[in-house]
Design a binder for this molecule. Structure first.
Ligand SMILES: CC(C)(COP(=O)(O)OP(=O)(O)OC[C@H]1O[C@@H](n2cnc3c(N)ncnc32)[C@H](O)[C@@H]1OP(=O)(O)O)[C@@H](O)C(=O)NCCC(=O)NCCS
Length: 153
């Protein structure tokens, strides 16, 4: 049988000059997107920022941090036109592989209403470990955040 090698996903670290591409997705992906200045800080090296790029087009990205033995997923978003193709799962695989080398646990927070994202996280063995009442702003008021975590070692 002929050896078949799957191509590696086109992931790379994002840099400050990627800011426009990142904000273009961020602003359509979230009802309350990050401010550009916060994103600039992350891209300047404060956090791990990884994107899936094809021919210089950004399909999706994630932002994560580590500290005190834990890692945290701070943001993940995929271009709405390019969802349901496995880009989110591929970004999560990269996140877990990176975090496994640096932390014992990986945490994240997600709106209780964000069923799509929660399904993705459950596929990556995240479990609900807590809830923050009235954490996220909504069009009508506030909604709770689920705190999810998974062990890495
Ligand atoms: C959450 C998010 C990142 C997922 O990205 P994505 O690229 O669509 O994720 P995937 O493609 O890996 O998986 C999504 C679904 O597509 C399905 N899928 C993946 N590849 C597929 C394919 N080739 N054909 C058909 N379906 C496919 C997955 O099984 C999954 O189905 P499910 O939702 O029923 O479980 C994306 O929806 C997003 O950007 N949302 C807005 C931002 C957001 O909410 N971020 C989280 C903040 S906490």
């Amino acid at each position: 049988m002929q050896l078949q090698i799957k191509p590696l996903p086109p992931l790379r670290l994002l840099v400050p000059t990627d800011i426009d591409k990142v904000m273009a997705i961020e602003t359509v992906a979230h009802s309350h997107p990050w401010k550009r200045t916060s994103m600039e800080d992350s891209l300047a090296g404060h956090h791990r920022c990884v994107g899936w790029l094809e021919d210089d087009r950004l399909l999706g990205f994630y932002i994560a941090s580590t500290g005190g033995g834990d890692a945290e997923l701070l943001d993940i978003a995929v271009d709405p036109k390019l969802r349901k193709r496995g880009v989110g799962a591929c970004l999560m695989e990269d996140l877990v592989a990176w975090a496994e080398k640096r932390a014992d646990s990986l945490f994240l927070e997600v709106r209780v209403s964000n069923a799509r994202a929660i399904r993705l996280y459950e596929r990556f063995d995240f479990m609900e470990v807590g809830e923050r009442p009235n954490y996220y702003p909504t069009a009508k008021g506030k909604e709770n955040a689920l705190i999810m975590a998974r062990h890495l070692r």
